[in-house]
Design a protein around this ligand. Structure first.
Ligand code: SF4
Length: 139
């Protein structure tokens, strides 16, 4: 099975630290992370293989809050633009990872600063390294 991932998950999943909404959601994330080590991912639009186990997904719409669906779609578009990737194409996980140092400053400024999951991402070395680099650059 080739995992389908939407735009913003191509970035955010890089920093997964084993935390999430509930056990089923976290187990699924962990399984997808394993799969994409060796398999390419298929870039999809809208709810993906991560969203399918999310307790907030209802009728293919994100119900996290009133504006969530719109905001997440904007995030997806921005992620794809930053990564130079397109819906319907395939990408290798390591290739996406290699692009992150070039785009992280913008991503962090736009999204991480107001994200509820920032505390989890900040537990990871890779995230902290990228963050330190972008903070140094902005001084
Ligand atoms: S802090 Fe939020 S927006 Fe930033 S990478 Fe982590 S999950 Fe994504």
């Amino acid at each position: 099975m080739i995992p389908k991932l939407r735009g913003h998950h191509l970035i955010c999943l890089q920093f997964f630290q084993g935390e999430g909404y509930n056990e089923e959601f976290v187990d699924n994330l962990g399984m997808i992370r394993q799969l994409i080590r060796d398999e390419p991912v298929e870039i999809s639009a809208g709810p993906d293989d991560i969203c399918r186990k999310c307790p907030y997904l209802e009728n293919d719409v994100c119900g996290y809050n009133e504006r969530a669906e719109e905001e997440i779609r904007e995030m997806d578009e921005r992620a794809l633009r930053l990564l130079g990737a397109a819906t319907g194409s395939r990408a290798a996980w390591d290739e996406i990872r290699e692009k992150l140092p070039m785009i992280f400053h913008e991503w962090h400024t736009l999204y991480c600063k107001v994200c509820h999951w920032r505390g989890a991402c900040e537990k990871g070395d890779f995230y902290r390294r990228l963050k330190n680099t972008c903070l140094t650059e902005s001084v």
